[in-house]
Design a protein around this ligand. Structure first.
Ligand SMILES: [Zn+2]
Length: 261
């Protein structure tokens, strides 16, 4: 594995997603032999993810992706934000899971797994909608033996005391990074053509540095989290998710918009 390697993660995979864009993406993935994490919504009820009529062969496609070595993660249950709990990650102000009682979360995850099982799909991991989960979510995941979580701003993967293997997810676009395992999280449903073009050129550029969850697990299983990981994640949270957005907002206030000029 390259010293700085990259994983791709696509969120909001469901029967009513934007299929034209997805099919173009899938062609690129196969062309470059890239096996991403696909965050599949088991029973989507979020109107924001309803772009196309439901694909009748959706689960057949999911089974094919899994057979190709793509990591199929449970992306919540219904993708509905029922409360405003930031959870452990503190990235977004709403959640499907964080803040709910343990039994409720366990029940939602059981239902999610039942849908996967009915359709012959294995749950390779968990991706929380809106990055929001809490200690009860983690307890329920460990209980249900969903042992891989894609989230966290640390540079390296680690395994925690409950046996959960954490594959960090720090980026929302490709960018040059130092040593680490960098997951780029993408949401393709509303991509205009120019975003698809950019994806094509970035993937070609980064193709030799791409890895997959199986290789990451083989390399890092059992690695404990270090103090350095925590310091790096704290810096990442403060700089990229607090300071830079605040500076951007300040700049927009001070520099008049050119819109309408
Ligand atoms: Zn989502």
């Amino acid at each position: 594995m390259a010293k700085n390697s990259y994983l791709l993660r696509f969120d909001d995979i469901c029967p009513t997603m934007n299929w034209a864009v997805w099919e173009a993406i899938e062609r690129e993935l196969l062309l470059h032999d890239v096996r991403p994490i696909l965050a599949v919504v088991p029973d989507n009820r979020d109107p924001g993810l309803m772009l196309d009529p439901p694909a009748a062969d959706f689960w057949e496609r999911v089974r094919r992706w899994q057979a190709l070595g793509f990591t199929i993660a449970v992306h919540g249950y219904q993708h509905l934000y029922t409360n405003r709990d930031k959870g452990l990650m503190k990235l977004t102000p709403h959640s499907e899971f964080a803040g709910l009682p343990y039994e409720t979360q366990l029940d939602m995850l059981r239902r999610a797994l039942a849908i996967f099982a009915e359709n012959g799909v294995r749950a390779d991991g968990f991706v929380a909608p809106s990055h929001s989960f809490d200690r009860n979510t983690l307890k329920a995941l460990a209980e249900l033996k969903i042992n891989v979580v894609s989230d966290g701003l640390w540079p390296w993967p680690h395994q925690d005391a409950n046996g959960l293997f954490w594959v960090p997810q720090q980026l929302w676009r490709f960018s040059p990074k130092p040593a680490g395992v960098w997951t780029v999280c993408l949401h393709h449903n509303k991509w205009p053509d120019k975003t698809l073009q950019l994806f094509r050129s970035e993937l070609a550029k980064y193709a030799s540095r791409m890895t997959d969850v199986a290789a990451v697990k083989a390399a890092f299983a059992g690695r404990p989290q270090t103090l350095g990981d925590r310091i790096s994640a704290f810096h990442n949270l403060m700089w990229y998710h607090r300071v830079l957005p605040a500076l951007g907002a300040l700049r927009r206030t001070l520099v008049p918009s050119r819109q309408g000029a």
